[in-house]
Design a protein around this ligand. Structure first.
Ligand SMILES: CC(C)(COP(=O)(O)OP(=O)(O)OC[C@H]1O[C@@H](n2cnc3c(N)ncnc32)[C@H](O)[C@@H]1OP(=O)(O)O)[C@@H](O)C(=O)NCCC(=O)NCCS
Length: 145
């Protein structure tokens, strides 16, 4: 069974999540996680998905408050061994519930083109034109809560 938890910044779980994000998101793109970015993450909400059987972290994401109403979803990562099992979908649903409970009314994100369909299945809609960052094409997607 999978469970979804808030991960405290600076905890051992946080280090595991940083490692997972690196392995799933950054390494394949040839990017590094710079320690200088850590401090910026102190005020973010870190969420993890744990496999109860062996207590392993199998997925996670970050929510970044932008203002009183909007929160930004970032760095959604599911361990390669567990992709396609519904972990990503359940993580996003949990994040939506968590953000709504905290009083936010809209989730915004920049999705890589390769995962737009994944978010459309979760009722996110594209907003505005495609744009490029570090050679990768993104589109802004949003969802009211
Ligand atoms: C993209 C990612 C988060 C999806 O998580 P997941 O656990 O593998 O996906 P799920 O099993 O929850 O899939 C839910 C649905 O989305 C579909 N889906 C999953 N990945 C998809 C993709 N890349 N493109 C289109 N559809 C996708 C699934 O087929 C499934 O469809 P269904 O409900 O019709 O069966 C995960 O595969 C991942 O971490 N990928 C690498 C990193 C990445 O690209 N992250 C996104 C950064 S913006």
């Amino acid at each position: 069974m999978k469970k979804f938890i808030d991960i405290p910044f600076g905890s051992t779980r946080y280090d595991e999540l940083v490692e997972l994000r690196y392995k799933v998101l950054l390494e394949p793109l040839g990017l590094k996680f710079l320690d200088m970015h850590r401090e910026k993450e102190a005020n973010y909400l870190h969420i993890g998905c744990i496999e109860s059987l062996d207590d392993k972290l199998v997925g996670g994401l970050i929510l970044i408050p932008l203002n009183d109403k909007e929160i930004r979803l970032m760095q959604v990562a599911v361990d390669g061994k567990h992709q396609g099992e519904g972990v990503g979908r359940d993580l996003i649903k949990h994040a939506e519930k968590r953000a709504k409970e905290a009083g936010y009314t809209k989730i915004v994100m920049h999705a890589m083109l390769s995962v737009v369909n994944f978010y459309e299945k979760l009722n996110f809609v594209q907003e505005g034109d495609l744009f490029e960052e570090k050679g990768i094409t993104f589109v802004r997607m949003t969802k009211p809560l």
